[in-house]
Design a binder for this molecule. Structure first.
Ligand SMILES: Cc1cc2nc3c(=O)[nH]c(=O)nc-3n(C[C@H](O)[C@H](O)[C@H](O)COP(=O)(O)O)c2cc1C
Length: 219
């Protein structure tokens, strides 16, 4: 149990006046405070593919190392695949209940083949990437993970803004799920994301956050 009151800390952390920050900041702050990792979804509520496409297109504005956009999204629509993935994710209820189940896949070697880099007159960049990542597969994977995590966060925020709730998930056997999805050695799952409407009887409490004083260091 953490030894602070979330509301007290939120007030203490956000004592800056409305005049000092833009209205846009407060809108975003509201969205950030509203987003929660939802464990129970309303299985009767579907999501239109066009809505999902709009969410994913917005999220693709995410930054990525060298703009390599390391992400691929697998939208798992097949009921059979969902059931298989549910079993590989400890039967967490979100997997079967959510309107959409996404696997965010990292393209770990995308630096070798990124056509858009080459098109952007990027021969020099390509050489630089070869020097940077050529003998450092772990660094290439780390960069893919960082970039895909940024993308994933934006998927959840865009979904929240569109009226959907979300849950990021890594509590699963990603190796087995990768096989189930037919991924090859250059691909790896960054995380699963479920999206949908929250179940009306979901009562999961808001998770607390540490106050600034416990994570901010000014040196
Ligand atoms: C990398 C990562 C993996 C997570 N895996 C799971 C998961 O497997 N199942 C789950 O219910 N929540 C999962 N979560 C959600 C966290 O439990 C949740 O974000 C955290 O408790 C804070 O709650 P909040 O997001 O509602 O504020 C994961 C979150 C992250 C960032």
């Amino acid at each position: 149990m953490l030894d602070f009151d979330i509301n007290k800390n939120l007030t203490a952390d956000s004592c800056i006046s409305k005049q000092e920050l833009s209205a846009q900041f407060f809108q975003l702050q509201h969205l950030l405070q509203q987003r929660r990792a939802i464990k129970y979804f309303d299985a009767a509520q579907a999501m239109d593919d066009r809505e999902l496409d709009a969410i994913l297109a917005s999220a693709s504005q995410a930054p990525s190392a060298f703009n390599l956009q390391h992400w691929q999204v697998v939208h798992i629509k097949s009921a059979q695949r969902r059931a298989e993935i549910s079993a590989l994710a400890y039967h967490q209820p979100q997997i079967q209940q959510a309107a959409a189940l996404l696997a965010i896949v990292m393209k770990k070697n995308v630096w070798q083949t990124a056509a858009h880099i080459a098109q952007a007159g990027g021969e020099k960049i390509q050489m630089h990437l070869q020097r940077l990542y050529g003998d450092k597969p772990q660094l290439a994977r780390d960069e893919a993970m960082r970039s895909c995590a940024m993308f994933s966060m934006l998927v959840m925020l865009a979904a929240e803004a569109a009226g959907y709730r979300s849950c990021p998930m890594s509590g699963a056997d990603f190796t087995a799920i990768g096989k189930c999805l037919g991924l090859d050695a250059t691909q790896e799952i960054c995380m699963l994301i479920t999206l949908g409407r929250e179940a009306s009887d979901n009562t999961i409490a808001r998770q607390q956050r540490l106050p600034l004083s416990q994570f901010l260091y000014r040196i």
